[in-house]
Design a protein around this ligand. Structure first.
Ligand code: FES
Ligand SMILES: [Fe+2]
Length: 330
């Protein structure tokens, strides 16, 4: 019997997004952006893990750390965007924190206990920055191990040798889960990406699932892909020496921002790199209207649960199980 999809109203209501933000979108390691923002001592950058705002700092001694970006006084957000500062000052009442997360100053009052910002985990993969809400989670390399093996064996792209070339952002009028689901199946590839992705989704196309990590690869095109539940997608293209990191962030229940960072090997031809980016954007351009069409259909009330192809859409079944488990654990 075919597996059924999640109920339509899990994609179409503000309540469902609030649930996802609190229980699903805070989980696991998530790609934040280029680590180049926090290379210099004294630099910081901000991000979001579901409902948890975070700030990542590089202190003067060179240590990279991550914290909840939430003031211990009464909860205002402390840092915005990215930049370089000796301390981080909350703009509400001026409580100030050192870049190691300890409270430096609380104007007009003394506290009789040590106060620190709550810690989150941070790590890098080459020049890519990741964070996880749980400071005791497994190491990033462990979470990504099956992908790192493909990256080396299939694509032959060394993450320590890639340099950032461009960030492009798309807003897709669809729930974040619709967007994730689009990128973790290639059932649609032969029909939708006939010219852009020839050979994708055919018999040689391999899919794997390792706990929260979903992988796809195609040996002869030296392509590999990973989706790390819940918001991170990484792909490498050995023929073009390219690496793409996608961060998927809901704007609201029916709109999702996809930020794409394009990386290339340090000695890559810039014209070839731009040609590759154009091609990849064409693929996204083919997917976007289909995601939006799914959202439209789900919001219509005409169907509740669809049907999953047991082979080509096994990644969706795994994703939907991870979502359901996270919600029931919460
Ligand atoms: S809430 Fe941050 S100083 Fe008051
Ligand atoms: Fe697609």
């Amino acid at each position: 019997m075919a597996t059924r999809t999640l109920p339509a109203d899990w994609y179409t209501t503000t309540e469902s997004l609030e649930r996802d933000r609190a229980a699903v979108l805070r989980l696991g390691w998530q790609y934040i952006g280029p680590a180049t923002d926090v290379v210099e001592p004294g630099s910081f950058t901000t991000g979001q893990l579901g409902s948890l705002p975070i700030v990542i700092t590089r202190s003067d001694d060179g240590t990279l750390r991550g914290f909840a970006n939430v003031c211990r006084h009464r909860g205002a957000l402390i840092a915005e965007g990215c930049g370089k500062r000796r301390t981080l000052q909350c703009r509400y009442h001026g409580w100030t924190y050192k870049l190691d997360g300890s409270l430096h100053r609380s104007p007009g009052m003394t506290l009789d206990e040590e106060v620190r910002l709550p810690e989150v985990a941070v790590a890098t993969l080459g020049p890519l920055l990741f964070a996880a809400a749980d400071p005791d989670c497994e190491p990033l390399e462990t979470a990504l191990a099956p992908f790192l093996e493909l990256l080396d064996r299939v694509a032959g792209v060394d993450p320590d040798r890639i340099v950032h070339r461009r960030r492009l952002e798309h807003t897709i009028a669809a729930n974040w889960k619709v967007v994730v689901e689009n990128f973790i199946e290639c059932y649609h590839c032969p029909l939708v990406h006939t010219e852009t992705l020839p050979g994708y989704g055919d018999d040689d196309y391999r899919i794997g699932q390792f706990g929260p990590l979903h992988t796809q690869h195609l040996d002869d095109q030296r392509f590999c892909f990973a989706y790390l539940f819940p918001t991170t997608q990484l792909s490498a293209y050995g023929l073009e020496n390219a690496f793409v990191a996608r961060a998927i962030q809901p704007l609201n229940h029916a709109n999702t921002r996809v930020a794409l960072d394009y990386w290339f090997l340090d000695d890559c031809d810039p014209v070839a790199a731009d040609r590759y980016i154009d091609w990849f954007e064409r693929v996204i351009g083919e997917d976007k209207p289909l995601c939006e069409s799914v959202q439209h259909g789900l919001a219509s009330g005409a169907i509740d649960r669809g049907y999953l192809n047991p082979d080509a859409e096994s990644g969706l079944a795994d994703f939907q199980r991870l979502v359901t488990d996270a919600l029931s654990e919460a």
